[in-house]
Design a protein around this ligand. Sequence first.
Ligand code: NAI
Length: 328
Amino acid sequence: TRTPVTVTVTGAAGQIGYALLFRIASGQLLGADVPVKLRLLEIPQGLKAAEGTAMELDDCAFPLLQGIDISDDPNVAFDGANVALLVGARPRTKGMERGDLLEANGGIFKPQGKAINDHAADDIKVLVVGNPANTNALIAQAAAPDVPAERFTAMTRLDHNRALSQLSKKTGAPVSEIKKLTIWGNHSATQYPDVFHAEVAGKNAAEVVNDEQWLADTFIPTVAKRGAAIIEARGASSAASAANAAIDHVHTWVNGTAAGDWTSAGVVSDGSYGVPQGLISSFPVTAKDGKFEIVQGLDINEFSRTRIDASVKELEDEREAVRGLGLI
Ligand code: NAI
């Protein structure tokens, strides 16, 4: 039998946590033959609700679930963690400036990064879901100098999946026939979903669509503003689809991408495509042997270049802001 993998989830009592934990425990995160131990991190006010979720997890009698620990101390929750899903974050509230938001989240992600540095397992993989995800990931990564920087990633897989779905609807091709889509940049309204290298049933997606107006005026804003549209319709933010994307991200990271395809993830830039080194930006990535690699050598046309640059500029501004606050 395999040794269990310890998975720490922060914000475990929140909406995404509720949609995520059962899928992890059922084997969908790592594989149907991998036992898991769950560690739930919450703030003190969230502990009771986390205990309720843990009771329900018990009541599922998942064969792969080998234990649940709940804590409000990051040093305990990340102890021995192999996978960390950082979901809990400080939402933007009325009247909050961007600087206030970054500072409040720095107060969460800096100590969590340090706790990961000091206590997590050597093979720790971190996915930041809580917003602003890219910059929160950067803050956590900077606080963990002993962990290889590439182990810190930010989630743009939900954006990727949203783009797949929109392109599927437009072309009539099933999602399974769409390959090589890319989300570039920041997980924010400036993100850029790129179809110029994508394939629809083996043909170039931009040629299949053949409608730059649709790309500019419908596709890109629909993907970028989907979160707001969900809130408007559901009266609550995306939770099940966000949890699903987190499952996809880690599953791909651990188990690899299919030959002839790639996915999107916020990863530490090595300077590729003019994205300044060290920024955690979304790129086209493949995964193999537990490592993401940025897909190299794609031609970036003018349409894409201006949009990638705008989103990357936003990430640079966020990095400057958190630097100014002493968070990195
Ligand atoms: P929620 O408000 O329902 O849950 C957040 C939970 O985090 C709460 O239970 C809260 O007590 C907990 N929490 C707050 N600070 C914490 C800390 N320091 N340590 C541990 N737990 C803490 O929010 P929801 O809907 O679950 O969303 C979570 C985050 O995910 C938000 O920041 C949201 O913006 C983000 N998100 C990101 C997406 C992406 O594509 N990257 C998509 C959807 C949501």
